[in-house]
Design a protein around this ligand. Structure first.
Ligand code: NAP
Length: 243
């Protein structure tokens, strides 16, 4: 059975991806940072349907910690075949209010987390000459979002990272792809008022926000055997808001 390591899997899109991979038979390593109770309840849920999962705590912005986390996953389940760099934070503020600390933290988690985890898994994947990596960007990384400059820039960096790494790793039989979701119904958007949400949904051609499960399906496709001829690609489940 293949092993998948999913960052930021305690909640939202990462949680939905963990349930989907575990349901498909993957040995599933669930990374969380602060939401221990949510991560443990997810593990219980996966085990309740006969799946295999472990919860591994750690902040993806910490390079040494990422190496330890991958080692823990490999000790539990064997080599990591699939890495999902999903952990992310938003930074919703005017650019002129964005502090150097906001800027650094947004990049440290959203871009640094992907760098750190890729550095940890790649020596093994390269020596085995196989593996798949899926990074989670955002539509704002494609179009730019007002009052989200740090977030948009970090998510654009994730796309550039994906494309360059895909070219470098293709000769080693490793695919690197990216999803760039639109507005998804998770806690990341819980700050929206009912009126803001209604206005947002009016702008989306399909008339609603996406679900975490809909993004998880795109992630699982890009990570799986049916997508072995995809690399360096950006798939955007966004309800048509960016076409
Ligand atoms: P969410 O509900 O806020 O969940 C975020 C997840 O990331 C949590 O599991 C959190 O873990 C984890 N996380 C945050 N900082 C971390 C860190 N330093 N180390 C390890 N884990 C960390 O967000 P979401 O909507 O599911 O977002 C998941 C990804 O999709 C993010 O990359 C986000 O940018 C992207 N995205 C979301 C949307 C959207 O509309 N929701 C749209 C486009 C892209 P803990 O709670 O355990 O700390």
């Amino acid at each position: 059975m293949p092993t998948v390591f999913i960052t930021g899997a305690s909640r939202g899109i990462g949680r939905a991806a963990a349930l989907l991979f575990a349901g498909q038979g993957y040995l599933t390593a669930v990374n969380y940072n602060r939401s221990k109770a949510e991560a443990l309840s997810l593990i219980d849920k996966i085990r309740s349907f006969g799946g295999h999962a472990v919860a591994i705590q750690g902040d993806v912005s910490d390079f040494a910690r990422c190496a330890e986390m991958i080692k823990k996953a490999e000790d539990a389940f064997g080599p990591v075949d699939t890495l999902i760099n999903n952990a992310g934070i938003s930074c919703d503020k005017l650019f002129t209010d964005t502090s150097p600390e906001d800027w650094s933290r947004t990049f440290a988690v959203n871009v640094g987390g992907a760098y750190n985890c890729c550095r940890a898994v790649l020596p093994g994947m390269i020596s085995r000459k196989r593996g798949s990596i899926v990074n989670v960007s955002s539509m704002w990384g494609v179009t730019g979002g007002s009052c989200e400059v740090a977030y948009s820039a970090s998510k654009a960096a994730v796309i550039g990272f994906t494309q360059a790494l895909a070219k470098e790793l293709a000769p080693s039989g490793i695919t690197v792809n990216c999803v760039a979701p639109g507005a998804i119904d998770t806690e990341m958007n819980a700050h929206l008022t009912a009126e803001e949400r209604r206005m947002l949904e009016e702008e989306i051609p399909l008339g609603r926000m996406g679900s975490p499960e809909e993004v998880a399906a795109a992630i699982a496709f890009l990570a799986g055997e049916d997508a072995r001829y995809f690399t360096g690609q950006v798939l955007s489940p966004n309800g048509g808001i960016v076409i």
